[in-house]
Design a protein around this ligand. Sequence first.
Ligand SMILES: C[S@@+](CC[C@H](N)C(=O)[O-])C[C@H]1O[C@@H](n2cnc3c(N)ncnc32)[C@H](O)[C@@H]1O
Length: 304
Amino acid sequence: MSTLGISGATVQLTEAELKLLQALIYQECGMHFDDRRTHFLQDRLQRRLKECQLDSFYSYYRLLISHEGKQELARLLENLTVNETSFFRNKAQLELFHKYILDHLLRRKQERRDYSVRIWSAGCSTGQEPYTIAMLVVDALSYHYLRNSFPVDMPLPKPLVPSPWKVEILASDISYSVLRAAQEGAYNETQMSAVDYSYRLRYFDKVGERYVVKKALKELVHFDFHNLKTEYLPQRNDIIFCRNVMMYFDEAEQKRLIEKFGRCLNPEGHLFVGHAESLLGLTDQFTMVHRNSGTAYQRVEVTL
Ligand SMILES: C[S@@+](CC[C@H](N)C(=O)[O-])C[C@H]1O[C@@H](n2cnc3c(N)ncnc32)[C@H](O)[C@@H]1O
């Protein structure tokens, strides 16, 4: 029997009730709460019960599974997500992305006269990951532009994305509150610690104590709600970043997600996962790319 305290009162949560709640969360968003995370789950449940002024698990569970309870279910899920993130997280991996994979992608695309680049940050939290990607893509494109001649002259002032290129960075999450913060794109000094001064000068405005992402960079990123548990996920991506998300899913859900990512990628597309995550033993649809301590996975193309 587990114990929940609500407004001073105590609600007893049986093992069966706990399992019921775990199953509902798993079914809704794929997050798996094993014994090590039960305490966290109970703590967050307690907060929601207090907020809803309910004093029994039964009435709360009934609310969650009702049509009117959809909003509360979304709020509970938001309370259960871990949103830790930072700019330029996992530098070795970003170097592999920037210097090798992006460079190769731009050259391949240019040969085919396909000037669109589409990257998806799945589980983007408060936006540091997609904005980091945007800064690196802009840099890679400027460098690519320098080395190649294009049919169109560069207008002045220079746009972040030189014509004829088109860059789309989709950033999605299951939590509306992190999506709102990401869209605002305002960060304090601590959050900016990994952003060096040349990036701050080019891509941020200092407003009071905070650094706000410049409009031109923001325009490259499109934020949207997507639950990775669902089947309908954004298609035709050249690269997907899904870092530090899968670690909260169990193996079966990880396998399902990797298969879906395979379908969401363009041929030869790449997938980046967190440094504590791996595709090894979960799929034969991807092959590992490893360079200077950075790891990514490339979709394997089947030739008939
Ligand atoms: C730890 S953060 C990782 C942020 C960023 N990718 C990084 O590595 O810095 C995990 C994010 O995944 C989101 N998330 C968890 N389950 C999800 C799901 N089923 N669908 C979409 N996003 C989910 C959480 O809301 C959270 O913002």
